[in-house]
Design a protein around this ligand. Structure first.
Ligand code: NDP
Length: 285
């Protein structure tokens, strides 16, 4: 028999996970605060404590760390392998790990890097950190929902990487929203969409790698094609265009302001990697 799993939390992500594990042939026991969301084929526990008692492998996918703590408070975690797939901060991941270990559990924190619709597809991956023994033992089970990547023993590391990736996405989405706003009413969104997608794909193919290499070397100037001074000069065009189109600049202004400050501080010959140091951290690998 395939490893039986307990899953607490049947929101849109929890339901996708439960459905994927059931489809892969795992017996799944579920519990959710609000009943009636159980996927067909799952065993339904009346309480969280009953669900946790049912299986050694316990997965939680709830709204936030506070809901994880309150739901698990009534359960006996002794001897359990607890996998927390709830989005949290690195600090919350570390505190939750210690909390779980004190209650006799092995703890893995996970950051799911796909929307529910992409669970159990090749595009999906989940970042894990914490107990390597638990990860190694359950790697095959975890693979049924998304490619698992173990990132280290520090239970906060998966959350750190998860949130860093989500932060990059936040900036990207802000730029996308601004781009649609300035073209609104003049360029049909359906015409603009493929152009935008193509441009962002081309940029994402080089920019993250290039910035990373410069941060690792500490050299932010040699061979930089687009310096901060050059980008700052061009940014006036972005702001004036938004003005002409009657669009708020609130989404792009903080980034442009950071560039201007770095140029004013004498870093105009640097590329974008130099901006990392402007956020109060020491840039470097
Ligand atoms: P939903 O809002 O759809 O579901 C939230 C779940 O948490 C529900 O099961 C809800 O129960 C439960 N819950 C909320 N508050 C409490 C509480 N105080 N006590 C007990 N249960 C509670 O969220 P998702 O399923 O989409 O997300 C779950 C986790 O997965 C989040 O941490 C999210 O960041 C993460 N995630 C989600 C992604 C997505 O695209 N959806 C992508 C990657 C990660 P009830 O049904 O009773 O309300």
């Amino acid at each position: 028999m395939k490893t039986p799993i307990t899953l607490l939390g049947l929101g849109s992500m929890g339901r996708a996970l439960a459905t994927a594990w059931l489809a892969a042939g795992h017996p799944v026991t579920v519990w959710n605060r609000t009943p009636g969301k159980e996927p067909a084929g799952a065993a339904v526990a009346a309480t969280a404590a009953e669900a946790v008692a049912a299986n050694r492998l316990v997965v939680v996918c709830l709204l936030d760390d506070a809901s994880v703590e309150s739901v698990l408070a009534s359960t006996d975690l002794d001897g359990r392998d607890l996998v927390n797939l709830t989005t949290n901060t690195p600090g919350e991941g570390r505190v939750r790990a210690e909390w779980a270990v004190q209650r006799g559990a092995r703890f893995l924190d996970g950051g799911i890097m796909v929307p529910p619709a992409m669970v159990a597809t090749p595009a999906g991956f989940v970042l894990y950190s914490g107990s390597r023994e638990s990860f190694d033992e359950h790697r095959a089970v975890l693979s049924a929902v998304a490619r698992p990547e173990f990132t280290g023993d520090d239970p906060g590391r998966a959350a750190l990487l998860d949130v860093a990736l989500l932060s990059a996405m936040t900036g990207l989405f802000g730029g996308i929203v601004h781009a649609y706003a300035v073209t609104a009413g003049e360029v049909p969104p359906t015409e603009f969409a493929p152009m935008l997608a193509g441009f962002l794909t081309a940029m994402s193919g080089v920019t993250p790698q290039g910035v990373g290499e410069r941060l690792a070397s500490g050299d932010h100037t040699t061979g930089v094609a687009s310096t901060l001074a050059m980008q700052t000069a061009a940014s006036g065009t972005l702001l004036r265009t938004a003005g002409e189109q009657g669009v708020s600049t609130e989404l792009i202004e903080p980034y442009l302001a950071l560039m201007e400050r770095r140029v004013a501080e004498g870093h105009g010959d640097e590329g974008s990697s130099g901006l990392v140091g402007g956020l109060g951290v020491t840039a470097g690998g």
